[in-house]
Design a binder for this molecule. Sequence first.
Ligand SMILES: Nc1ncnc2c1ncn2[C@@H]1O[C@H](COP(=O)(O)OP(=O)(O)OP(=O)(O)O)[C@@H](O)[C@H]1O
Ligand SMILES: [Mg+2]
Length: 203
Amino acid sequence: MISVEDVTKYYGETMAVDHLSFQAKPGLVTGFLGPNGSGKSTTMRVILDLDQANSGRATINGAHYRDLRFPLREVGALLDANAVSPKFTARTHLRALAASNQIPLSRVDEMLEFTGITSIATKKIADYSLGMRQRLGIAAALLGDPGVVLFDEPVNGLDPEGIRWFRGCLRSMADEGRTVLISLHLINELAQCADEVVVIGKG
Ligand SMILES: Nc1ncnc2c1ncn2[C@@H]1O[C@H](COP(=O)(O)OP(=O)(O)OP(=O)(O)O)[C@@H](O)[C@H]1O
Ligand SMILES: [Mg+2]
């Protein structure tokens, strides 16, 4: 369960999120819909404690992100597929994440296989296409087998086959009882994958 309670976030004078409240529940794909600049990414960053809210609070299974002992085992996220060191390979990146959260290293190869990037796993991330980085980001998000997952516009770089595969992924994650929050721009894309929708205007 993700719970956003009356969250407000300013960047200087700019109000990015305006008293926003919603819940994303286990077993459902919750779509997060809104135009550019409406505050979707900001809300996700607040949930993940990458940004501090000015007021209100966001919790994951009742706890603040910062209080989770092994965060990757409770919540997985893909916010920015390019936010990985280009010097690493997919395998070294995932192994480092696994080690830091006491996740068995066997999960790394499982997730490489699951996301279809085993064949490039020993190449430098610098040489990956956006779609490959997104697959790596999905692998990283699922590495700790978390009960809660957040994806910020994850399908931008995926090819049609990748999009179909990812939709199937979302459905099975929800069917396994996970809480899934996904932001998208396109309402028809949401209609194909979301059980509930949170719509945000200007914050
Ligand atoms: N680091 C930042 N510094 C200053 N302003 C920011 C920062 N991040 C976001 N903003 C502002 O906050 C508002 C919300 O931005 P946000 O990125 O959360 O929107 P979004 O819904 O994710 O948009 P998009 O659909 O384009 O990804 C915008 O007005 C944006 O300019
Ligand atoms: Mg965004």
